[in-house]
Design a binder for this molecule. Structure first.
Ligand SMILES: NC(=O)c1ccc[n+]([C@@H]2O[C@H](COP(=O)([O-])OP(=O)(O)OC[C@H]3O[C@@H](n4cnc5c(N)ncnc54)[C@H](O)[C@@H]3O)[C@@H](O)[C@H]2O)c1
Ligand SMILES: O=P(O)(O)OC[C@H]1O[C@H](O[C@H]2[C@H](O)[C@@H](O)[C@@H](O)O[C@@H]2CO)[C@H](O)[C@@H](O)[C@@H]1O
Ligand SMILES: [Mn+2]
Length: 441
């Protein structure tokens, strides 16, 4: 690879983009840059963050050519890394993903349950177009994808592009959990060596080794069971996130073997979560009134004052750093351990080979080299088998335009389960997504 890299950010209008831009300027020592261009389909939305980016790069990385565009005809020419985080349909559609199921007494959430399936089927056409656009101009570029629901997008892209070896789907939740354990123990989580298995937003830490090789899972588990759990950046979090992290204590009381991903709260306690979700005011409303307002106001302020110095817009969580560090591990062949999504292919014994599992992997110039997980216990195997079948059927519903497979997927999903509920919520989601989904027959 080159001495200095060309990077494209797809979804430049993302609320997470300023944090990624900041990480790119901050980490040139591990990811040296020649050019950074943002691309988005929404010119007005992206321009606010683009103007922030121009000032940030002028002050922090003046040698890097920075720009933003809505013209995809040349944006992928001679590119090394494509960092992708789009939201097809925006927050408006996220709102329907959350509110339609909740209106029926089902969990409504961005990436899980019926809402997650709606989002996954909605995202696929855009994601397939992006991969084709990148490949037409830069056949070897690495596509590092945050776009959600990562579980479905990862599985769907692997089915559409079976010979692809330069797409890596990642999630920032495991690394944010590691940071939160670090805060709890008062140590640097970057020294942790995690062992993790699951599907995206559906996994567990089985071991977390410190530098001396001690497994920290038992001490973290006991601490959380006694004192509770909160995110590393708790002071910046909305109450709903604090409630989410607090549920880890409940999960560890019931299932103390491993440290759970927070998303498992929905699958293990759907009735409890439903009793604490407001169908009229969901997470998308919270984000519109918190992160989105805060990020866009701060980017406009920076553009007005002409300086990004000391700007508060940069989240101090792992989102921006993770995607830069994963890209750097590929560029510099560091073989650093990350928790990423890869084809199972025997990693979890007896689990379908084509499942996109989320596991610890050594990441280098050839991408992730996953660590074997081996045999897993019936409780975890049973949960994961049903969830994998849901993921596969949801993507086959998209690929085959199959109503029946969409109905099967929702009926299998632990957060729907009842076939009559599945049909009712599916029909409502089809209507809400008529501008995005293929017609299911
Ligand atoms: N994988 C993870 O762990 C993780 C973490 C955080 C966010 N995310 C995901 O990252 C994405 C962005 O999150 P956000 O809250 O910043 O969203 P956002 O709505 O603020 O920004 C998304 C941007 O994508 C743009 N976009 C939509 N379709 C596009 C297309 N076809 N081509 C180019 N741009 C397009 C939109 O115009 C918008 O500017 C979402 O999918 C979100 O779920 C994933
Ligand atoms: O409800 P949102 O839009 O605030 O968050 C949804 C995303 O939540 C996770 O990402 C979190 C991350 O795990 C957390 O620690 C911090 O960095 O904020 C991120 C965004 O809130 C999850 O991994 C994503 O897939 C979700 O999109
Ligand atoms: Mn995630």
């Amino acid at each position: 690879m080159k001495e200095k890299l060309n990077v494209v950010i797809v979804g430049g209008g993302s609320t997470w983009c300023p944090g990624i831009l900041k990480s790119l300027t901050k980490h040139q020592d591990i990811l040296p840059l020649k050019r950074v261009v943002m691309y988005d389909t929404d010119a007005d939305r992206q321009a606010v963050i683009g103007e922030f980016g121009k000032i940030l790069f002028r002050e922090e990385a003046p040698d890097v050519a920075f720009d933003y565009t809505t013209d995809k005809s040349r944006v992928y020419e001679d590119v090394d890394f494509v960092l992708c985080q789009i939201r097809t349909g925006g927050y408006d559609m996220r709102s329907t993903d959350e509110k339609i199921p909740l209106s029926m007494g089902l969990i409504g959430q961005e990436t899980v349950g019926a809402g997650g399936m709606a989002y996954g089927i909605r995202s696929m056409t855009d994601m397939i177009e992006i991969v084709n656009d990148v490949r037409a101009q830069s056949p070897e570029a690495w596509i590092i994808n945050y776009t959600n629901p990562a579980a479905l997008v990862a599985y769907g892209l692997a089915r559409v592009f079976p010979d692809e070896h330069h797409i890596l789907n990642i999630c920032d939740q495991p690394v944010n959990l590691l940071r939160s354990y670090g805060r709890l123990l008062g140590c640097d989580s970057r020294e942790f060596e995690p062992v993790y298995f699951g599907l995206n937003h559906f996994g567990w830490f089985t071991h977390i080794y410190d530098k001396a090789g001690r497994d920290l899972v038992p001490v973290i588990r006991d601490h959380v069971r006694e004192h509770g759990f909160k995110p590393a950046d708790a002071e910046q979090r909305d109450q709903s996130w604090l409630d989410t992290y607090a549920m880890v204590a409940d999960m560890l009381h019931d299932f103390p073997d491993y440290l759970p991903n927070t998303y498992l709260q929905y699958y293990l306690y759907p009735k409890y979560k439903l009793a604490h979700l407001d169908p009229a005011y969901t997470r998308s409303d919270e984000v519109i009134n918190s992160r989105e307002k805060r990020v866009f106001a701060e980017c406009r302020r920076v553009a007005q004052v002409g300086s990004a110095k000391g700007s508060s817009v940069v989240q101090n969580d792992a989102h921006g750093d993770m995607i830069v560090e994963v890209s750097s591990a590929i560029y510099r062949n560091t073989r650093q351990t990350f928790i990423v999504m890869v084809k199972n292919d025997g990693i979890i014994e007896g689990f379908p080979n084509d499942a996109m599992v989320e596991v610890a992997a050594s990441v280098g110039v050839n991408g992730p080299q996953p660590y074997a997980v081996g045999k897993i216990e019936p409780f975890y195997y049973g949960l994961m088998t049903t969830q994998y079948s849901y993921e596969r059927l949801a993507m086959e519903a998209y690929l085959e335009h199959s109503y029946e497979k969409a109905l099967q997927a929702l009926t299998l999903n632990r957060l729907v389960n009842d076939a009559k509920d599945a049909r009712e919520v599916l029909d409502k989601l089809i209507e809400a997504n008529k501008d995005y989904w293929p017609e299911l027959k």
